[in-house]
Ligand binder design. Structure first.
Ligand SMILES: NC(=O)c1ccc[n+]([C@@H]2O[C@H](COP(=O)([O-])OP(=O)(O)OC[C@H]3O[C@@H](n4cnc5c(N)ncnc54)[C@H](O)[C@@H]3O)[C@@H](O)[C@H]2O)c1
Length: 263
């Protein structure tokens, strides 16, 4: 993929998909600046410790990075086994705060990638609430909205629905700003440390059913390739959209061939 010489911020680099993204970007000639609460093992140009549940930590992490960027891959996330308010902070509010705090430092044509999830596949049914929370103007306002509007079901799913709707909604605005792009990647189950938590919060039988249908779960690099494509120059006219990378399970559900999983 054409990422030669690009300066890329990547969150979630210490594990799983983010680690695979960092390695693939570096192999393809990009410079990676890592943002994670833990240290990555990939050979990144710079690592800055950050807690994405805390906007002050995000601001301080960005202040420790010099210069401008060409891409931001928002990969870090936590599962629905964590407390709901924390899940919403890390997976949506922190991701959005980092994205918006870095916008002015992008080079023209830069790309933002948001790792959402097929677990947020019901975003259209909750669009009214999602539009409200996406329209909140700050991390704190978003957290207050979430506390005042308890959602049914798993907070993880809601956080990913918000990430998906945010990515679609922001495409036009970031293009107008500096010809930037923003897109979401929606993975199905991936073999990473988070998967055990998903088995407990979404049901092991459900995830085993998906695995049986497809023959395997994704490997981190299956998803990293998609993220790197969206970060690269190759996807220059792809903006404000979602790219499902799940081996085909969503297509089968949408076509009515298999029932939607209860997660
Ligand atoms: N693995 C899957 O099945 C799957 C499926 C769909 C979507 N996703 C999404 O992919 C992304 C990556 O997940 P993964 O599977 O690689 O999980 P992982 O647990 O292997 O990695 C998560 C990374 O996020 C970092 N992180 C977590 N909380 C943080 C915080 N508060 N501040 C800074 N960094 C923090 C962790 O240190 C870790 O490096 C997540 O957003 C997840 O929701 C994963």
């Amino acid at each position: 993929m054409d990422v030669q010489g690009l300066r890329c911020l990547v969150t979630g680099t210490a594990s799983g998909i983010g680690d695979a993204v960092a390695r693939r970007l570096i192999d393809d000639g990009a410079e990676v600046i890592s943002l994670d609460r833990n240290k990555p093992s990939a050979d990144v140009a710079q690592h800055v410790e950050v807690d994405l549940s805390d906007p002050a930590s995000i601001d301080s992490a960005l202040a420790q990075v010099d210069g401008t960027f060409d891409a931001l891959a928002n990969v870090a996330g936590i599962p629905g086994t964590a407390p709901a308010d924390l899940v919403f902070k890390v997976n949506f509010l922190g991701m959005r705060h980092l994205t918006e705090a870095s916008l002015e430092r992008f080079n023209p044509g830069g790309s933002i990638v948001v790792v959402s999830s097929t677990a947020g596949f019901q975003w259209a049914q909750r669009l009214e609430a999602l539009r409200e929370v996406v329209a909140t103007e700050s991390f704190e306002e978003g957290a207050a909205w979430f506390a005042a509007h308890p959602q049914q079901g798993n907070a993880y799913n809601f956080s990913k629905e918000a990430a998906t709707v945010y990515s679609m909604a922001m495409g036009g605005a970031v293009r107008e700003m500096n010809e930037l792009r923003i897109n979401a990647v929606l993975p199905g189950p991936v073999e990473t440390p988070i998967l055990a938590d998903f088995e407990s919060s979404m049901g092991k039988e459900t995830l085993d059913g998906v695995k049986a249908f497809l023959g395997r779960h994704a490997e981190p690099d299956d998803i990293a390739r998609v993220i790197v494509f969206l970060a690269s120059r190759d996807s220059r006219w792809v903006n404000g959209t979602t790219l499902i990378a799940d081996g085909g399970i969503s297509g089968a559900v949408l076509a009515g061939l298999v029932p939607a999983p209860e997660i």
